[in-house]
Design a protein around this ligand. Structure first.
Ligand code: NAD
Ligand code: UGA
Length: 459
């Protein structure tokens, strides 16, 4: 088949893989190639054991792979053939040098820019898909314009808003697609070309075009606002525990105001994931670099509240279990940063596990998708950690259960059977408020929900 356009995506991760699978599925006349330096990742994208777990993803990949969707490690060849290049490499928080712990590490990003210059033989549109500091496109343009081949690169920002665990659905039915470009003739033409891709399945009213800098900054701001809502309700969960108010009732009562809305108001042990923390840190760093100290402090509090919430959860476990958990077996139900993904990046589970191990508890970690990552996250730590896919085996002989991830399977467990198999007194610390607390209490558990009165059998 003759394809009308060659699309390349550099970076076959949580964003590049699913995004390109859906573009290929919806645009059969385009050839879509996804490249990565990681050979193992590419081999898995070419198998039915995909490198990431995402509901509906395997079916989407299988429908397009080999037809107009290809995964490869041949980066120079891919760049040469491409008309449009999406760059979706990782942009983690910098761990060294200036801005360590705050700024975005743009080394992968810059490397791809140099690769694009080195291997291009014709003009192309370069699409920023990764989340980047505002005004990165300027740096990208400077690198790209240093070519002696008389070819033009138009840089467009098209940030991705998918959430893990619902990526396929988010891509198929996005709230909006954002495309930022220079407001020049070639910039606007490039934005139209990117909009053409999405218009295969996204209604025109949902495709928003802006200037380049607004698109870049909107992505950081969207994540900061979402994380701020979680930190806001988590802050209130601490107050609820002091006052016998119930945080779920507050979420419902407050969220019923249509000006506020109900989503992203579920109290938790804190938000995790690869993006919220890094993107807010990046926003804080940008604000400080412009001398906007108060603005930086304001957003930094969202992170501090998240650290407080995670710390509070662990302290409560220790306090309620009579101030010592040495040698006690604690079953952590869940390790992924949220349900329906195997991703554990920045998961509160990592923090909780490390702290419990420091207190010399024996841990059993149970998660349907994240045990491989959990093993890597906890490798080399002192202490007893076991990994178990079967929740009934995980809780056998345990003193306490700590719910870390809101997987559906945990809601449906037979808690009578579990209670019978546990040490007494048996404790449940529900970091996601997903269990039926009254029922657990009636069975005999001492129950510690988040932001709600605890239910204990102690006098
Ligand atoms: P990821 O780590 O899963 O994937 C990035 C991939 O890029 C890796 O496979 C890596 O090997 C590859 N890579 C790095 N340098 C390369 C190079 N020079 N050439 C070829 N490949 C290279 O990251 P991710 O979660 O997909 O995130 C990518 C970007 O998208 C980040 O900027 C992130 O902030 C943003 N984002 C992520 C999500 C999400 O839910 N994960 C959502 C929206 C936006
Ligand atoms: C988030 C955003 O939702 C996406 O729009 C964005 O594209 C993405 O970051 C990104 O830039 O990477 P993601 O991190 O995959 O997506 O998952 P979320 O659903 O946002 O959950 C993040 C964390 O917040 C999870 O740990 C989740 O459990 C927690 N959370 C979420 C709460 O604690 N309470 C809530 O009410 C909602």
């Amino acid at each position: 088949m003759k394809f009308t356009r060659n699309i390349l995506c550099i970076g076959a991760g949580y964003v590049g893989g699913p995004t390109m699978a859906i573009i290929a599925l919806k645009c059969p006349e385009y050839k879509v190639t996804v490249v990565d330096v990681n050979e193992e990742r590419i081999a898995r994208w070419n198998s039915d054991d995909l490198p990431i777990y995402e509901p509906g993803l395997l079916q989407a990949v299988q429908a397009a792979r080999g037809r107009n969707l290809f995964f490869s490690t041949a980066i120079p060849e891919g760049i040469r053939a491409a008309d449009i290049i999406f760059v979706s490499v990782n942009t983690p928080t910098k761990t060294f040098g200036l801005g360590a712990g705050m700024a975005s590490d743009l080394q992968h990003w810059e490397k791809t820019a140099h690769q694009i210059v080195a291997h291009s033989e014709k003009s192309k549109i370069i699409v920023e898909k990764s989340t980047l500091p505002v005004r990165t496109a300027e740096a990208m343009e400077r690198i790209l314009s240093e070519n002696k081949k008389d070819i033009h690169f138009e840089v467009v920002s098209n940030p991705e808003f998918l959430a893990e665990g619902s990526a396929v659905n988010d891509l198929l039915e996005p709230d909006r697609v954002l495309i930022g470009s220079q407001q020049t003739e070639t910039g606007l033409q490039a934005a139209r070309e990117i909009a053409d891709i999405y218009s295969h399945w996204v209604p025109a009213g949902k495709i928003i075009t802006t200037n380049l800098w607004s698109a870049e900054l909107s992505k950081l701001v969207a994540n900061a606002f979402l994380a701020q809502r979680i930190s806001s309700i988590n802050a209130i969960s601490a107050l609820c525990e002091k006052t016998d108010a119930d945080v779920a009732e507050i979420s419902f009562a407050v969220g019923s105001d249509t000006r506020i809305g109900s989503r992203f108001m579920t109290a938790s042990i804190g938000f995790g994931g690869s993006c919220f923390k890094k993107d807010i840190l990046n926003l804080v760093y940008i604000c400080r670099s412009y001398g906007l100290e108060e603005v930086a402090d304001y957003w930094e509090m969202v992170i501090r509240m998240n650290d407080f919430q995670q710390g509070r959860f662990v302290k409560k476990i220790i306090r309620e279990m009579f101030n010592t958990i040495v040698g006690k077996k604690i079953a952590m139900l869940g390790f992924a940063f949220k349900a329906n993904t195997g991703d554990t990046r920045e998961s509160p589970g990592i923090f909780v596990a490390k702290k419990l191990l420091e207190e010399r508890a024996d841990l059993v970690i149970c998660d349907p998708q994240a045990l491989g990552n959990a093993r890597k996250d906890l490798a080399g730590l002192d202490g007893n950690v076991a990994f178990e896919t079967d929740p009934y085996r995980a809780v056998a002989g345990a003193h306490a259960i700590a719910v870390i991830t809101e997987w559906d399977m945990f809601k449906k467990l037979d808690f009578e059977k579990i209670f019978a198999a546990m040490q007494k007194p048996a404790f449940v610390f529900d970091g996601r408020n997903i269990l039926d607390h009254d029922r657990l209490f009636r069975i005999g558990f001492n129950v510690f929900p988040l932001g709600k009165p605890s239910l204990t059998h102690f006098r």
